[in-house]
Design a protein around this ligand. Structure first.
Ligand code: DAH
Length: 318
């Protein structure tokens, strides 16, 4: 297995080398691209070869539950060592780890939720058109696969409320899988990941929120970043902002290239009130943003559909 690991490392090195194409004059790029591609193909072929050999030797299928009837080919079993974490899971771990070092607790979201948590507790007025803005799926029973991790805000506020009575603050992040009923293309998936942040204390303010967010992005991309905000609208925050970072040069950005990374704002008093927290005494801020997009920028990926595709050539690059 070490051999595969070292080949994967080599693939990573080749990818880093490939990003150097940006610094080459136009006439040298085609040749450079061809060479890099040939190298990449060669390494991928060597990985495939080793994996095939592993299969031949290791694959002794002893699964008592597997169907092995007459005229039915046995399933092909892959040795567990051939598997690896999905890149989104690895990055999601990195994301929560950064927040944990800042003192945040982590609560996982769920994959089936209800109208109450998706809208009511988030200050969406009944019948308000903003409810349609989230392209929610619904089950026949009227349940909702959550369209954002904000569905967890109410639960988190109630679960951690006692901290406030102890003179502490609520500081929680919520990673989770979310679903939207929209057309799929290179930048839109029906299934993706978000991470939500919720912070409540007696005297927190927007400046602290922006500091936390800048800190997070700088740690994640391992460099200093310029940030920018613009006004946004979410029923559960007031005021609401869209938070942007300037695309770093090392990741192919030019000066003034700002990318929207997440939505955020000061938690609306009604949201605090519904969770039994007095908005006259406590204030909070919250944010939520896509993980897929974060990872795509980090690795220069151009198509979000890779993540859910199950394409082994793509997954092997990580
Ligand atoms: N849930 C929003 C979305 O998916 C993003 C968001 C905006 C989350 C503002 C928040 C927030 O917590 O305060 O579009």
């Amino acid at each position: 297995m070490d051999k595969i690991e070292s080949l994967k490392q080599e693939l990573k090195r080749i990818n880093v080398e490939a990003s150097g194409i940006r610094d080459l004059p136009a006439e040298k790029r085609a040749e450079f691209g061809r060479k890099i591609n040939a190298k990449r193909q060669e390494v991928l072929a060597r990985i495939a070869e080793i994996e095939k050999a592993l299969l031949d030797v290791d694959a002794e299928p002893i699964d008592v539950t597997a169907w092995s009837g007459v005229n039915e080919p046995m399933l092909e079993f892959y040795p567990a060592e051939m598997g690896s974490a999905h890149p989104l899971m690895t990055e999601l771990d990195r994301v929560t780890e950064i927040y944990q070092t800042m003192g945040f607790d982590v609560v996982e979201s769920r994959q089936l939720d209800d109208e109450y948590h998706m809208f009511d507790t988030l200050n969406f007025a009944k019948e308000h058109p903003a409810r349609d803005g989230y392209d929610t799926f619904r089950t026949e029973e009227g349940l909702i696969p959550p369209a954002h991790t904000s569905t967890m805000q109410h639960r988190v506020l109630k679960q951690f409320k006692s901290r406030l009575d102890e003179g502490r603050e609520i500081a929680v992040v919520v990673p989770g899988r979310v679903f939207r009923n929209e057309d799929v293309d290179a930048t839109h998936e029906h299934t993706f990941y978000q991470c939500e942040g919720v912070y409540v204390s007696r005297n927190c303010n927007m400046g602290q929120m922006l500091g936390i967010l800048r800190d997070f992005f700088e740690k994640y991309y391992e460099q200093k970043l310029n940030i920018r905000t613009q006004p946004g609208y979410f029923p559960f925050t007031e005021p609401s902002l869209e938070f942007m970072i300037e695309k770093p040069k090392s990741l192919g950005g030019k000066k003034g290239d700002f990318l929207e990374m997440l939505g955020c704002g000061m938690i609306h008093p009604n949201v605090l009130k519904m969770a039994g927290i007095d908005p006259e005494v406590y204030h909070g801020f919250a944010w939520g943003g896509g993980i897929d997009r974060l990872v795509m920028l980090k690795y220069g990926l151009d198509d979000v559909r890779h993540f859910e595709s199950g394409n082994l050539n793509f997954l092997r690059e990580f």
